[in-house]
Design a binder for this molecule. Sequence first.
Ligand code: ARG
Ligand code: MN
Ligand code: MN
Length: 303
Amino acid sequence: MWLGQACYGANLAPAALRAAGLQKRLTAFNQDIIDLGDIPIAVAGQCEAGEQQVKNLQPIIAASNEIARCVDRIVASDRFPLVLGGDHSIAIGTLAGLIGHYDNLGIIWYDAHADINTPATTPSGNIHGMPLAVAMGSGHAELLSIGGAGVRIKPENIVYIGVRDIDPGEAAFIDEQQIKLYTAEDVGRWGMPAIIEQTLAHLAACDGIHLSFDIDGIDPLAMPGVGTPAAGGVSYRDSILALQLLEQSRAVTSAEFVELNPVLDKDGQTTRAVVDLIAAFLGEFTPCGLQRTAAGRQEQDPA
Ligand code: ARG
Ligand code: MN
Ligand code: MN
């Protein structure tokens, strides 16, 4: 999917990740990976007159329904859904597929952006800036009804990590809803372990946690292959650490990695880094047989 924003190329990310050896990298330490292939999604935009505030609405609705159906089936079969974007509009479908399986779903939104615009507040009309608003029940009526009953995530069940580029309408909404937020500066100031610990404590009452990981949360000097870069981001190292800590917590029940754009990448650097991130998140252990004695690492899951 790339139609949630302006730059062609995010739709090529799953193919680029496969070509960079994602599957091989993961199966080296986890044999239980199934690649379900691509979800059919329109590549050409369809911007109808009067829809400048929700660009490409119809193809995004069609794609979201497909994503929702697929994610719903994965969770129903007791497997862990890992969704590879695509721009961040895919989160609308992912969350619609998840919501029926939880009473009190939490979300960690790792991103430079808040993605909580509505057609009334969006400065761009790009739907990738809206998925969290849709998840809370604010936005275009047709987006709210994806997956049937609609998604209603409680404001207290959302935590932002890495945000630093928030539009005025978004700031007002976040303030009003009192959504928990850790900026990239907070990460630097307090350290990633404290941020993850507080995030999980904040979401302790949730019966599942979805990780929506926008790679532009990481500094664009490390991750140039993104369509909406924002300076001053979280470091690559802290991001790997965040994912290792989340993996070790066993608290996350689904995830998506979004906004990789191989067309904008420099020599495949961002693509390779995303493979590293996903591997860290799925429990790739320190190489070279290094035995850890520190208390940090929990018992290895025999599976
Ligand atoms: N806030 C801006 C907008 O609404 C940028 C959103 C960027 N979102 C993203 N998923 N990269 O257009
Ligand atoms: Mn972003
Ligand atoms: Mn985003």
